[in-house]
Design a protein around this ligand. Structure first.
Ligand SMILES: [Ca+2]
Ligand SMILES: [Ca+2]
Length: 353
């Protein structure tokens, strides 16, 4: 599908939504979730060019949000913007003006940190997986996922977090037909990752035009079993699904979590509070935060190979890049040195869960 076609489809979807929902921004959290969860519209990010792609809090600086700008275009860039938190840590606004963080052409709903502090990027409509090393200003590695059988085009990715079955697996989804995939990755020796396996999971194909998705922090009210949330761009919702023993959504369990949206796009969990944040592509170019979730375990940034434990293999990767940039630069200083070694040794053992 060409980008022009998608632009047309997106306009059509937005127009249809306006006809059905005459009151703009009529977003609602339906029962039973409204008893626990509340949402705040943070508005637009100062200086961030439309349209908005995915978003994530920087794992080495919880006061910085990264978010895709000029999404879906060759000019796409992931920007950084300061976060303002209230006394309880909840994100209540933005500080300063968005600044370019890493070139990210065709960024879409998947802007996600993976093992080794590598930023993974779903590239729509290029149907590619991008990777940017820690400290890099460019997308260092691009994998064409079409040869792996991914339907055009990949829109979002995420990693199954510690505490869930199949932790560390990468999950991928395609907009607009909602095909769902399971994948594993491994270090490629250059500070980025290769895809080892990539398998379609047809029983988990999703409706609604799926974009960004997250795993709900364990212990969150009204989510008694492992669950996920999915931004549905085309349907204008955020949907909740139960997750099976493979970390894949169980389609029959779908519930509305937020309705009445236009352009739900990115999705991420705030590591400080467990709050769910999502962006909108169009729809007023907004960032919305939903509070009420349990706090997740802290990011396991020293697990450089993403296998759920910090051990000798991670130490070997760090030492193998000693004095270099990127992999193993756990404090974002620009080089791998004793400070990073200290962080790794302090995190030795299984990742928090
Ligand atoms: Ca490891
Ligand atoms: Ca460092």
């Amino acid at each position: 599908m060409s980008s022009r076609l998608r632009a047309s489809a997106r306009l059509g979807s937005a127009a249809a939504l306006v006809l059905v929902v005459p009151v703009a921004l009529g977003q609602t959290i339906p029962a039973p979730f409204d008893e626990v969860y509340t949402y705040t519209d943070l508005g637009s990010v100062p200086g961030l060019p439309a349209n908005y792609g995915g978003l994530t809090v920087k794992p080495t600086d919880f006061d910085t949000l990264l978010i895709g700008g000029a999404a879906n275009s060759a000019a796409g860039i992931v920007y950084s913007i300061g976060i303002v938190r209230d006394g309880k840590g909840h994100i209540v606004g933005f500080d300063g003006t968005a600044a370019p963080f890493v070139e990210a052409a065709y960024n879409d709903g998947g802007v996600v940190y993976g093992p080794g502090g590598v930023l993974f990027l779903a590239r729509w409509p290029a149907n590619e997986l991008g990777q940017a090393k820690p400290g890099s200003a460019i997308t260092d590695k691009i994998i064409d996922v079409a040869p792996f059988g991914v339907a055009s085009s990949l829109s979002a990715i995420n990693f199954v977090p510690p505490g869930f079955d199949q932790a560390g697996h990468m999950k991928l989804v395609s907009w607009s037909i909602g095909t769902w995939y399971d994948a594993t990755i491994a270090p490629d020796g250059a500070g980025t990752f290769d895809i080892v396996s990539l398998t379609p999971v047809p029983s988990s194909n999703l409706g609604g035009g799926p974009e960004g998705f997250i795993y709900v922090p364990t212990g969150s009210p009204l989510f008694d079993v492992p669950s996920m949330l999915v931004s549905e761009y085309s349907a204008g919702n955020v949907a909740a699904y139960e997750v099976d023993a493979n970390g894949d959504p169980i389609v029959a369990t779908r519930q509305n979590f937020v309705t009445g949206l236009s352009g739900a796009e990115g999705a991420t969990i705030d590591p400080v509070t467990g709050d769910f944040l999502f962006s909108t592509f169009g729809g007023g170019s907004r960032v919305i935060v939903v509070t009420g979730f349990a706090t997740p375990p802290p990011p396991c940034i020293a697990d450089l190979d993403g296998n759920g434990v910090v051990n000798g293999a991670d130490l070997g990767l760090l030492l193998g890049n000693w004095g270099g940039a990127g992999l193993g630069d756990l404090n974002d200083s620009g080089s791998v040195d004793g400070a990073d070694l200290g962080i790794l040794l302090a995190a030795w053992g299984p990742c928090p869960r």
